[in-house]
Design a protein around this ligand. Structure first.
Ligand code: AMP
Length: 391
């Protein structure tokens, strides 16, 4: 790492200040003011802030200790790479990225500045959504997913906490899901990973294709209608039980594609007939106004659900066909559905194995590269300040 010299080091550190948010310290560029915590995830805390340079509200995520282990580091690196690459209105966009530390040795934290949204989908699912809002939210999820697929990124872990919306009903997906090799690295974490929305082929460790993400959309849609999680398993086994109790034991042709040990387990479960979708999602759960329009929409919604919540991916609807389904296609816009694919994503990132120190260096290089290309001549204002307590 080239030494910048005492002048430059002072000038750069003068651009930052530290503010305490709860029990986390945010050391951020002075242009970002008025921090308020809005969420937290496996990687750290997210704050809303006001960007005094662009006069817009933003979200700032602190990747806390991204090198504490290989899983965190790989995820941080992958997410950062993908955020830089992808540009679609239904995927969260990166506005800025920086680290307050000025050398690889000191390097600790990464801050990602993103567009600010109003709420995540967990909060919205609780609301009584009308058909217009529900179908528009689903349409946008499908557009975002299709765009990721066009870059060869199959998410496999879509869930309400990683989808954010604005009060005008616009929606963005926050993350890029599981790396191809995910699941091979074991990690002890106090953070509970939500698996309710994972498709049968993920739970059962099978191969998968793009419509693995349709299952998650089906789970989210079903939850919007039912007002509760569809398959709230305490673990994979319990979750599989919840799925087959409601949807029925899958056919032999599905069983034949399972690995022998999994197949043995799955075939030895009690057999379930499952319930018709009219029972799983009865009329009473849909908007109560009994106009012709609403009745038509309810039957279309149920039809779409019955095509998405299909255990066997070979029989499950594709993303393209879901976008054309009559519950969704009222929103169809060629520019949103078929936006130009992002530049190619180097999938070797997903397969790479590095030590924590190597990951640290790789992430540091990425942040430096971003800073150099996006903030080449930021002007310092004064020395480092500490501002306490904004909550
Ligand atoms: P994450 O760490 O990305 O899993 O985000 C954790 C939570 O922070 C999400 O569930 C959202 O509630 C919130 N959040 C993250 N990013 C944003 C954003 N750009 N706008 C609004 N809320 C956000």
């Amino acid at each position: 790492m080239p030494y910048l010299g005492p002048d430059m080091t002072t000038r750069l550190s003068a651009m930052f200040y530290t503010v305490e948010v709860g029990d986390t310290k945010f050391t951020i560029l002075k242009r970002y003011q008025n921090l308020k915590p809005i969420g937290s995830g496996a990687q750290g805390i997210v704050c809303a802030a006001y960007d005094t340079v662009t006069a817009q509200n933003v979200a700032i995520k602190k990747l806390s200790r991204p090198f504490q282990n290989v899983t965190h580091a790989k995820r941080a690196y992958r997410e950062f790479k993908l955020m830089k690459l992808v540009n679609h209105k239904n995927i969260i966009g990166l506005l800025n990225a920086f680290t307050p530390q000025r050398s690889l040795d000191e390097f600790q934290d990464v801050y990602l500045v993103m567009e600010l949204m109003d709420a995540n989908l967990c909060q919205v699912i609780q609301m009584d959504l009308d058909h217009e809002r529900m179908s528009y939210l689903l349409y946008q999820m499908l557009c975002g997913i299709k765009h990721l697929h066009s870059a060869g990124i199959i998410h496999r872990d879509l869930k309400p906490s990683n989808i954010v919306v604005k009060s005008d009903c616009t929606l963005k997906i926050l993350d890029f899901g599981l790396a191809r090799t995910a699941g091979t690295t074991f990690m002890m974490t106090p953070y509970v990973v939500t698996r309710y929305y994972r498709a049968p082929e993920v739970i059962l460790g099978m191969g998968y294709k793009e419509n693995v993400d349709i299952w998650s959309v089906g789970c989210i849609m079903g939850e919007m209608i039912r007002g509760g999680v569809l398959f709230p398993g305490t673990d994979h086994i319990d979750q599989w039980n919840k799925i087959i109790e409601q949807l029925g034991t899958p056919a032999q042709e599905f069983m034949q594609r399972l690995q022998p040990t999994v197949r043995n387990y799955v075939e030895n479960r009690p057999r379930y007939m499952g319930y018709p979708f009219e029972r799983l999602f009865p009329d009473i759960l849909f908007p109560t106004d009994s106009s012709e329009h609403n009745r038509l929409k309810a039957s279309q919604a149920r039809d779409l659900l019955s095509r998405m919540l299909v255990i066997d991916p070979e029989r499950r609807i594709s993303v393209d066909d879901a976008l054309l389904h009559n519950y969704i296609n009222v929103w169809y816009d060629e520019g949103e559905v078929n936006a130009p694919a992002p530049g190619p994503y180097d999938h070797s990132v997903d397969e790479r194995e590095h030590t924590v120190d190597q990951w640290k260096e790789l992430i540091y290089q990425e942040v430096m590269e971003y800073e150099t290309s996006h903030n080449p001549s930021a002007t310092p204002q004064s020395s480092v300040d500490t501002v306490a307590g904004s909550r």
